[in-house]
Design a protein around this ligand. Structure first.
Ligand SMILES: *[C@@H]1O[C@H](CO)[C@@H](O)[C@H](O)[C@H]1NC(C)=O
Length: 257
């Protein structure tokens, strides 16, 4: 009976031993092959990649912490991993100059800019999360004074514009990520409106402390966005704004012919 029990336990363990996955199945960390890596780079957004090997003890210790960081940063910054032990990935890991495991790199703007390597020592969730947040290039214009909101709207009149108004000194990571992802397509700004002066001046009636204000290309008329101030909803809205702006530009070009 004892023997049967042990045998059963061993058989249960077998699949995990065979695949030797570094990250748990329910982890938000997505494993990449060379094709997936290329796709992630083409997205032009901040992405983090851990290069690992299943036999590496430091990788196994980092995995739950890296997964925690992925939970915290999802969906703003994707955290990926590449198993450099896999034959198909060896070329990619060599190309990236990986010499030790784990090596964690952040690409601030996908393939558009060179990566930064994590070397702050501790491979725990907090430091990795903060480092990944800092890797997002800051493309958000910080508008200090109420009067400067109209100036900014005027200065960027050819583009769609998105302004986040709240009570905080600094824009949230969500806003910096959107500013980076939509760089050159939407002008993105943040303004601290501690006493609601600016909301009044712009004629924005809202009891929400956090307001997203949109300006269409060519217009200095602010409109309040009324969807959720969450990444997916905003990214969808931003995408629609960019597409509309593109269509209108094409229309104008046709009219001018
Ligand atoms: C990424 O940037 C390149 C170069 O500017 C551009 O051609 C490509 O369309 C961009 N990809 C996305 C998903 O925006």
């Amino acid at each position: 009976m004892q023997l049967l029990h042990s045998l059963f336990a061993f058989l249960l363990l077998l699949p995990t031993l065979a695949s030797a996955a570094v990250f748990p199945a329910d982890s938000k960390v997505k494993m990449l092959d060379p094709k997936g890596f290329k796709r992630a780079m083409r997205a032009n957004r901040t992405a983090v990649v851990a290069f690992v090997a299943p036999w590496c003890g430091h990788c196994q210790r980092m995995a739950p912490e890296y997964s925690k960081a992925a939970d915290k940063l999802s969906p703003l910054i994707p955290l990926y991993a590449v198993d450099c032990d896999e034959q198909a990935n060896k070329g990619l890991c060599a190309e990236q100059g990986i010499q030790g495991f784990p090596t964690v790199k952040a690409w601030p703007r996908g393939g558009q800019s060179p990566p930064e390597t994590y070397n702050s020592g501790e491979r725990t969730a907090g430091p990795i999360t903060r480092w990944a947040g800092r890797a997002v290039p800051d493309k958000v214009k910080d508008i200090k004074k109420t009067d400067d909101v109209n100036k900014w709207a005027q200065d960027n009149i050819d583009l769609p514009r998105a302004l986040l108004i709240n009570k905080d000194q600094k824009p949230p990571l969500l806003w910096r990520v959107l500013g980076n992802n939509y760089r050159k397509r939407i002008a993105v700004a943040h303004h601290r409106d501690a006493d609601d002066e600016t909301a009044k001046a712009l004629g924005l009636e809202s009891d929400k402390a956090t307001k997203v204000v949109i300006y269409q290309p060519g217009s200095t008329e602010p409109t309040l966005y009324d969807g959720a101030t969450k990444y997916e909803a905003l990214a969808k809205h931003f995408k629609a704004i960019v597409e509309k702006a593109k269509e209108e530009k094409a229309e104008r070009a046709k009219d001018e012919l």
